[in-house]
Design a binder for this molecule. Structure first.
Ligand code: SF4
Length: 201
């Protein structure tokens, strides 16, 4: 299928980077393909993906079994943020993908994905909401995927990771923690939720 709904993106991309469903119940969801992803045709193929792979491996989560997707499937020129129209167009495709292969846990990577799922770009606010909900899976389970009102309620936990570029992960968040520490906590929580539901060893 060749999608040309976004005139600029469809002209500039090397290829559409399709989402990949995992087998362990976890979906990593980023913003848009970058240069490496655009060439490889795979989400999280670049250096930031390596960081995520390492983090998951520390928690015993297999990268090959983990689903990967992005809000927008085509690389924006000069890696600019996708426009509202582009996000809206591609969210319909993401909705279809999530309906076909619903994950148990979504780890959003970066502000755009967090904003779409939580309605706020403020990661620390999202983290606080997640912390309050995290102690019992039943509470987390009540989190709903909101794709601009299009996606029906899906029982799955949604956690947030900061943008995984090293420049961001080395900085301190407003609460004094390094973003890398926050990322480790979130991945550890994802692993725990998957274990509780028998998806991970
Ligand atoms: S970003 Fe999504 S909606 Fe836009 S052209 Fe690419 S595949 Fe189609």
């Amino acid at each position: 299928m060749t999608c040309i709904q976004c005139p600029v993106l469809s002209r500039c991309r090397t290829q559409i980077v399709y989402p990949r469903a995992g087998t362990n119940g976890l979906l990593m969801l980023g913003e848009a393909p970058g240069a490496e992803e655009d060439l490889a045709g795979e989400n999280f193929a670049g250096p930031s993906g390596q960081k995520l792979r390492d983090l998951l491996a520390e928690q015993g989560i297999c990268w090959a079994e983990t689903g990967r997707a992005s809000i927008v499937r085509c690389r924006p020129p000069w890696d600019r943020p996708p426009s509202g129209e582009e996000v809206q167009a591609c969210l319909l495709l993401l909705e279809e993908f999530l309906r076909a292969a619903p994950p148990r846990v979504i780890l959003t990577v970066g502000c755009l994905a967090a904003r779409i799922f939580w309605g706020s770009p403020r990661l620390l606010v999202n983290l606080e909401r997640m912390r309050r909900a995290a102690p019992r899976y039943r509470d987390v389970e009540r989190a709903h995927v909101h794709l601009r009102g299009l996606l029906a309620k899906t029982p799955c936990a949604i956690l947030v990771l900061p943008d995984s570029r090293p420049t961001v992960w080395n900085r301190r968040a407003p609460n004094g923690q390094r973003w890398s520490e926050i990322g480790q906590e979130q991945v550890a929580l994802a692993a725990r939720l998957l274990r509780e539901h028998g998806d991970c060893p």
